[in-house]
Ligand binder design. Structure first.
Ligand SMILES: [Fe+2]
Length: 76
């Protein structure tokens, strides 16, 4: 689990880009930079940029937890 810092709820930063693209992104190339969040976090509603549509689905798999979020990108 990611740690907490003041003013934010627990989250993971995510950057999506075409396969094979170099980082940093070339100008004009499609990409998405966002964050995903954890369900049930006490600070979710206090975080001004929390977006419930970006909440992970978390399942238990044996002793581990598996988090999932399906991104759908319009690359057209
Ligand atoms: Fe952060």
């Amino acid at each position: 689990m990611p740690g907490l810092y003041p003013g934010r709820t627990r989250h993971i930063h995510v950057k999506l880009q075409p396969a094979g693209a170099d980082v940093p992104q070339a100008p004009g190339m499609l990409n998405l930079t966002t964050q995903v969040y954890f369900p049930g976090e006490p600070d979710n509603q206090k975080d001004e940029i929390f977006d419930p549509s970006l909440t992970l689905a978390i399942e238990t798999a044996g002793a581990a937890k598996v988090a999932r979020y399906d991104f759908v990108l319009d690359m057209g």
